[in-house]
Design a protein around this ligand. Structure first.
Ligand SMILES: [Zn+2]
Length: 185
């Protein structure tokens, strides 16, 4: 995907060489089109040996069971996003523990998906009825009989083998404007 008009002022963009790359840039204001990116977040939440899964009510993957998750908004951290998405989709309150996996998918829109190991806190899973039409905690025996997405099976395998490894949140402060969130080994 290429942007044709400035997303800030609407002026026609012109090619500009920045570093070694020609990028669409606005001659009228400071806008530069760096590309289309999105950040996905996903949650692996275990309770009594069972994982929290949701059934997708919409395409892509309608009818498939996956771990809960969604997209990060521009004005929130990934940690806020994953806790919000889990609650919106299932009504379950969970707190993030560690980053346990990343998936980088480059296509027209470049997507980075960040998977978190999370700790169950409260709430019984209830599907939101919009994005999700089923939600619950399921054992490995139950999952064997269900259409569980390949990526979710992979993430559960990662979570099972993590043994406390992964990136944990770090509260070091830096003089950045706005909010930020750090994770470290
Ligand atoms: Zn502009």
């Amino acid at each position: 995907m290429q942007a044709k008009y400035c997303l800030q002022c609407g002026h026609l963009l012109e090619p500009r060489v920045i570093g070694d790359t020609t990028r669409p840039a606005c001659p009228q204001c400071d806008f530069i089109y760096w590309g289309a990116f999105s950040i996905g977040v996903g949650a692996l939440i275990r309770r009594a040996g069972k994982y929290l899964l949701i059934r997708r009510a919409q395409e892509p993957g309608k009818g498939m069971w996956t771990n809960p998750g969604g997209y990060c908004d521009p004005d929130e951290t990934i940690g806020t996003a994953v806790e919000r998405e889990v609650f919106e989709e299932t009504g379950v309150v969970a707190k993030l523990n560690r980053v346990i996996a990343l998936r980088d998918q480059h296509r027209q829109q470049h997507n980075l998906y960040v998977a978190f190991d999370m700790t169950y806190e409260s709430g019984e899973p209830i599907a939101d009825g919009v994005e999700v039409d089923g939600a619950g905690f399921f054992s490995f025996e139950q999952m064997a009989e269900m259409p569980v997405a390949a990526m979710t099976r992979w993430l559960i395998d990662v979570a099972e083998g993590a043994n406390g490894r992964g990136l944990t949140e770090d509260d070091t402060e830096f003089p950045y404007p706005g909010s930020h969130q750090l994770f470290r080994i």
